[in-house]
Design a protein around this ligand. Structure first.
Ligand SMILES: [Zn+2]
Length: 397
């Protein structure tokens, strides 16, 4: 976890080229705010294809104006996924391809802006999606524009903005995997961690399961003994599942939804439970997955059915991830700040790319708080140096 010390670096150590770059983005602070605001004001809930496509189109035009080759991966159930390729301008190749990864969908329904308008107050930009993760998309646009202006876009950059990250990335996952495999490193523009803006070098893997118990219905007064209660069986299963929790190994299981029964005077024949599994290490994921799948009914007259599985692998802090973080530390120090790292329970598409063994650095997006909540906001002062950090990583990752 981050050591919550956010020291500024001795100005004498700030290198001149880095200082000029930082100055460049400081002068464009308002433009970065404006871009973020434009993106926030095009609402894009995951389940509204037309709305998400509107934002995708808007961004396609923005990236196209920078000279990117834009393509949409069409989907019927979600917004189209946006891929943009920036080939190397001159013959001067400096490094393998880099994937900038993010998502254009949010968790907020259409109309949220009416109650939660995008606005500047107390040094922050507030509004739905400011942090998760429209500011991160603004960083992509402004860092690419800057590298082009400086004549320093010397490696192939691919941008992938998916439309279904907030609902599990089922429709985009194969595209993310395919592009990650071609890349030397993946930079994920999801929100940073905490108000000190730590990057994320480890994320827990996620599994989602559904348990269904089928018992035998009976009148609770006339035929109680003929019934086999699915709810009672489920209660015992839930206690059993809770035994799999192991904080030391970073394994948690949450039974978040339970349903069952039909009426108070009927022995219930049906019960279902949905559970969310988080694991820090993939080897534990396989182990717990086996344990969940091998659950057997306590009451032999009840039937138990388990569906689901691991949805996102754990992002482990591999040597590749650590090396990428080390580069971020050096670049940030040259820009005059220290960047911490954090391991977090929440997953992102960075889990997918890291799970393939591709060096991945997550949490490179905005610095703020309140993702998915009414106080979602980003710190405006952080925008220039975070954009400069991304530009630096696009060169040196
Ligand atoms: Zn996100």
């Amino acid at each position: 976890m981050p050591k919550n010390k956010h020291r500024e670096v001795n100005p004498k150590k700030i290198n001149d080229a880095a200082a000029r770059r930082l100055q460049y983005f400081e002068e464009r602070r308002q433009e970065i705010v404006d871009t973020t605001r434009q993106l926030v004001e095009i609402e894009s809930p995951s389940d509204d294809k037309r709305a998400v496509d509107r934002l995708g189109q808007f961004l396609g035009e923005k990236f196209s104006a920078l000279g990117g080759g834009v393509q949409f991966h069409r989907t019927t159930d979600f917004g189209d996924h946006l891929q943009v390729d920036f080939p190397i301008a001159s013959g001067k190749r400096a490094g393998g391809p880099i994937l900038l990864l993010g998502h254009i969908d949010t968790v907020y329904p259409i109309g949220t802006l009416a109650n939660m308008p995008c606005r500047v107050a107390n040094g922050r930009l507030w509004g739905p999606g400011t942090l998760d993760m429209k500011s991160g998309i603004a960083f992509m646009l402004h860092s690419i524009a800057a590298l082009q202006a400086w004549g320093e876009l010397l490696r192939h950059i691919t941008v992938l903005l998916v439309s279904d990250e907030e609902v599990g990335s089922d429709s985009s996952r194969h595209i993310t995997e395919e592009l990650a495999k071609k890349s030397e490193a993946v930079l994920v523009l999801e929100p940073s961690y905490g108000l000190h803006g730590a990057v994320k070098t480890a994320r827990k893997g996620i599994g989602v399961y559904s348990l269904k118990v089928t018992g035998i219905a009976a009148h609770s007064g006339l035929d109680f003994e003929k019934g086999q209660s699915a709810i009672l069986e489920m209660a015992r299963q839930i206690i059993k599942i809770s035994d799999f929790i192991d904080f030391k190994r970073g394994i948690t299981l949450n039974v978040g939804l339970v349903q069952g029964g039909t009426r108070v005077n009927v022995v219930p024949a049906q019960a279902t439970a949905d559970l969310d599994l988080r694991v820090a290490r993939m080897k534990d994921a396989a182990f717990i997955d086996r344990r969940i799948r091998s659950l057997r009914p306590f009451n032999r007259k009840c039937k138990l059915e388990v569906t689901g599985g691991i949805n996102r692998p754990a992002m482990e802090r591999t040597a590749g991830v650590a090396a990428l973080y080390a580069k971020a530390v050096v670049i940030a120090r040259e820009l005059g700040f220290n960047i911490e790292e954090a391991d977090v329970g929440g997953g992102s598409d960075g889990n997918i790319t890291a799970g393939l063994g591709i060096p991945t650095l997550d949490g490179l997006g905005g610095v703020g708080e309140g993702a998915h909540a009414t106080h979602e906001s980003i710190l405006i002062d952080e925008l220039p140096r975070r954009t400069a950090l991304l530009a630096g990583l696009m060169e040196k990752a």
